[in-house]
Design a protein around this ligand. Sequence first.
Ligand code: ADP
Ligand code: MG
Length: 480
Amino acid sequence: MEWETVIGLEIHAQLLTNSKIFSGASTAFGAEPNTQACAVDLGFPGVLPVLNEEAVRMAIKFGLGVGAEISKKSVFARKNYFYPDLPKGYQISQFELPVVGKGHIDVQLENGDVKRIHITRAHLEEDAGKSLHEDFNGLTGIDLNRAGTPLLEIVSEPDMRSAKEAVAYLKAIHSLVRYLEICDGNMQEGSFRCDANVSVRPKGQSKLGTRAELKNINSFRFVERAINFEIERQITLIESGGTVTQETRLYDPNKHETRSMRSKEEANDYRYFPDPDLLPLVITEDMIAAIKDDLPELPAQKRQRFMEQYSLSAYDADVLVSNRHMAIYFETVVKESGAQPKLVTNWVTGDLLGALNKENLDITESPISTAQLSKLIERISDNTISGKIAKTIFESLWNQEGNVDEIIEKKGLKQVTDNSAIEALIDKILADNPGHVTEYRSGKDKLFGFFVGQAMKASGGKMNPQLLNELLKQKLAQKA
Ligand code: ADP
Ligand code: MG
């Protein structure tokens, strides 16, 4: 039997407002536990929530970013349930009338194809507090600071067909919310997290299979692993005569498995009703138009522009654009160095991104400034250093050993471009290897690389490669 996987994601993005969605309490991360939840966040009797206008603007920005309809009128509803991190007994969310309606986003897949993923809706809601299971010796700690932090919940259609597609979609939304500056995208701190709904069905069947919901996964790698584990689990289960039950499961990254957490509630279990303390949210055309005018260039547009303006491949453009700050870094270096965009791309997405990833740094934390990378590339173009030596200098820059010219000077890395010096070295190498010379001259052309290698080694990689090639050819052509 051939199986098809179906995945839909619910993404929770914490909005970057200074204060909570219905109160003036601060949203800053990392404060002492339980110092940033006020009476409104905790739903004490008699309090009245007041909607944060900035959160609404951010939701509209998102809606415009995914080409969605913005509801002129939407409604806040109470979703009733008790959980230790939600002691007030209900979460203010949106149910029947969300602020953002149907939209879509085009996602670049690994093989270069573009796939459109449809977005069902996005709604505003408040976050709950946090249960802390570590450091409490068998007890659970509750930190309510997060209660009332504004969230945008982004619900996709079940459009994805593999874990890789789901991750590509998640990354596209991640990149979009950071471009829009509505969410910091920090997955470790939980400000961007997702639930993955996964089901399988026999290939060709149109009816959806029963789904399991994988809760709150906080890294791209874990999302991919959790989904792949879940697909295997469901197929094995069905093939051995069992049935998938609709339930919420938890992914355990240490054991690399998903475990049942609870059976899945239905919407009617929550007894949703319009929050009597909040008026319907009315959004005017003017407000939407003003926000539209203010939208920055979005990832998809930037990707297109990079391909046209800098003649980059879809792949290169996609890597650069995935992080807004990387795109800015790249364009700055292109401008400052005047170098070929493709060359700059190789440095930024290769050496630099590799080094950043290794130390888990964002490009905004790069120890190498745009000015220094530009200078490095300039020094290759003006033949001061070879491309090979540039890699060594890159490392020195990374280790904060000074600026490019200082490092070249201090370490004596200047390329040898003086003909007589190069010729002298070639003479020595030819004299040291008479056998190879004879073989080369009797037609074994491949040995040319051997001589180049020897010369480079002897000069510590500092020979100008063009000059070396030229002079070496001449010398080898001269009959002894
Ligand atoms: P809930 O909030 O109860 O989880 P929603 O109706 O909002 O329910 O759906 C959540 C997500 O589940 C959506 O992203 C949707 O695309 C996805 N989904 C629904 N049915 C399936 C299914 N059979 N297989 C995979 N994903 C599904
Ligand atoms: Mg759900």
